[in-house]
Design a binder for this molecule. Structure first.
Ligand code: SF4
Ligand code: SF4
Length: 187
């Protein structure tokens, strides 16, 4: 089956009875920041599609990339449903099957590289044009200048450096899980 990669995860998160208990009340949508900004996005509608048995098709719909993963929907739901997790599963499937937008692959590669090299994902240096909308919103030059005045490094967003041993362990995990062994040998 084409969707076997994450269908088990999906079934674990969304057992049949969880889907059925959605009331379609719309509390999730009323508090959803993405629904306020994007008229085509609505977490209640996502739940309806899941109830209608369309959860394994969601990953092909570009609306899944509009969710901000803030989990407001989950906190507002009277039935403890979680549209955010449904979106996350759809994204995972989309990514693995090549349906994600090109910039998602570019940004995830940049984040993984930063994690491999520095032990952190988002760093000030990475904001320099590599993180799409986030890069457009942040004044990196000003941020870098302020950090320099405070004695903070450009490539690491933490004040306390990550211990070399921890970075080595992070690299081992990445090497073991994403086939980047050749880079581990360069480190
Ligand atoms: S997921 Fe929860 S808040 Fe959203 S429509 Fe269903 S029951 Fe209502
Ligand atoms: S996690 Fe996504 S769907 Fe839920 S409230 Fe936030 S933006 Fe909306």
């Amino acid at each position: 089956m084409a969707n076997s990669d994450s269908s088990n995860n999906f079934d674990y998160l969304y057992k049949k009875e969880n889907k059925a208990r959605c009331l379609q009340c719309g509390r999730c949508a009323a508090g959803c920041p993405a629904a306020h900004v994007f008229s085509e996005y609505n977490p209640r509608e996502v739940m309806r599609r899941v109830q209608d048995g369309e959860e394994h098709e969601l990953h092909k719909d570009p609306i899944i990339w509009l969710c901000g993963q803030c989990y407001t929907c989950n906190s507002r739901c009277p039935r403890n449903n979680n549209p955010a997790s449904i979106i996350l599963q759809a994204r995972e499937r989309a990514y693995k099957q090549g349906h994600a937008p090109a910039e998602i692959y570019q940004q995830s590669a940049a984040l993984l590289e930063s994690l491999f090299l520095n032990g952190v994902t988002v760093s000030p240096m990475l904001l320099k044009g590599k993180l799409g909308v986030l890069s457009e919103l942040v004044d990196v030059e000003r941020l870098t200048k302020l950090r320099a005045e405070l004695g903070l490094p450009e490539h690491n967003s933490r004040e306390v450096p990550i211990p070399a041993k921890a970075i080595k362990q992070i690299r081992t995990i990445i090497t073991s899980t994403s086939g980047q062994g050749e880079r581990a040998n360069d480190a």
